[in-house]
Design a protein around this ligand. Structure first.
Ligand code: PLP
Length: 398
């Protein structure tokens, strides 16, 4: 793991930076940095040249695609498209769904999976994983024609894990397809991705401990091969006639016009493979328990959650501090304690607002002055996070 080392505090001390904002962008794994550095001397055009550099770069790019397909357990009829990030992946998919497709999503989604869809059916926020399954089942009962359910696997606000396997089973029972926003599940539980039952999966390299602006949209090729190219240009065009008519490529090239992001794809695939081969859950769940138990013991701190407290989660916890402005808390954590967190509504405005409205009192039940500016504080962690980071946050909040 590449780390920023120490930061100076307002009192003159230096401490190791505690990066508790990993859900936004994760630091780079050493193995990823090495893979990128190894390739740099051979950097050349992808799919566009005949020399040794181009051959190697084309091979590495396609190998990255194969690695992703392998981790996702792809079979024939599936494809992997490299995008810029998860947002880009959902915008691509939104343009590729056949005309007349009904898209069904929950109003708890990250904006990346809330805003690209035209007139989606937005389902009410479920208060438990089981309720999510029942709400979806009821919604699908009345729908005909092509239906695409699109749902997040792990919330970037609460860390709560959604019952994707069960949602996929319900979707398939009704002949619908399901797209999964795995931006937050992929970095924490990459082994689960292959078994989700998803027809489409989207995630981002920069949340997966790989930098460089690459993401993935992976899944069933038929709609994608039939859709208008996401970007028009070189690489996506198989033949352009003198009269201007264009025959478009099929396969991933159809949606990857322009020179592809080789280093991004290699970094993403290297990270995905490295994470896939590690036990991530044991250490993370221990830290999660430590943080949540510590927060629960602080009378002025309230954790935000949609599901019951014992629902499965990844290492993301959002909370409010009664009577304190979240921005001020975050600045104090940064300057006085060397801790990086995030504040705001986390690009999931309807969900976070709903959860903030749930939280109107401290744990004694007393109403507290609302200084939250309608925002929350989020601590998120993963590889590289230590118990000391968690304890430092708890001590600072105390
Ligand atoms: N979905 C979820 C659950 C996220 O947490 C994020 C980013 O925070 C996104 C989608 C969008 O990811 P990106 O900004 O990489 O497109």
């Amino acid at each position: 793991m590449l780390t920023p080392g120490e930061v100076k505090l307002t009192d003159g001390r230096s401490v190791e930076f505690a990066n508790l904002d990993i859900a936004a962008t994760a630091p780079c794994l050493r193995v990823v940095a090495d893979a990128v550095a190894d390739l740099l001397p051979f950097y050349g055009s992808v799919h566009r040249g005949a020399g040794a550099l181009s051959e190697r770069c084309t091979r590495e790019y396609e190998q990255a695609r194969e690695t992703v397909a392998d981790v996702l357990g792809h079979g024939p009829g599936d494809t992997v498209i490299f995008t810029r990030n998860t947002t880009d992946a959902f915008n691509l998919l939104a343009r590729a769904v056949p005309a007349g497709t009904t898209v069904v999503t929950f109003d708890t989604e990250h904006h990346a999976n809330l805003l690209p869809w035209r007139n989606p059916v937005r389902l009410e926020a479920p208060r438990s994983p089981a309720a999510a399954v029942e709400i979806l089942r009821a919604a699908l009962r009345g729908l005909e024609g092509n239906v695409l359910v699109s749902v997040t696997a792990a919330s970037n606000v609460t860390g709560e894990v959604w019952p994707i396997e069960r949602l996929a089973a319900v979707a398939h029972e009704f002949g619908a397809r399901i797209a999964v926003d795995a931006a937050q599940l992929a970095p924490h539980a990459p082994k689960r991705l292959a078994g989700l039952g998803a027809d489409y999966i989207a995630f981002s390299g920069h949340k997966l401990y790989a930098p460089f602006g690459a993401g993935v949209l992976a899944g069933r090729a038929d709609w994608l091969d039939a859709a208008e190219p996401y970007l028009a240009g070189g690489g996506a065009s198989a033949h352009v006639a003198d009269d201007g008519t264009t025959r478009w490529a099929t396969g991933p090239a159809r949606h990857e016009a322009g020179t592809p992001n080789l280093l991004g794809a290699v970094a993403l695939a290297t990270a995905l493979r490295a994470l896939h081969d590690r036990d991530l859950a044991t250490a993370e769940q221990a830290l999660l328990q430590r943080l949540r138990a510590g927060l629960a013991a602080l009378p002025h701190v309230t954790e935000l959650r949609l599901f019951p407290a014992d629902a499965e989660r990844v290492g993301i916890v959002s909370f409010t501090v009664a009577g304190r402005d979240p921005g001020e808390v975050a600045v104090t954590l940064g300057r006085d304690h060397g801790i990086g967190v995030r504040t705001g509504l986390f690009c999931a405005h309807p969900l976070t607002r709903r959860l903030l409205n749930d939280d109107k009192s401290d744990k004694s039940g007393q109403a507290v002055p609302d200084l939250s500016s309608g925002q929350a504080i989020r601590a998120s962690f993963g590889i590289g996070t230590t118990a000391e980071h968690i304890d430092r946050l708890l001590a600072a909040l105390q």
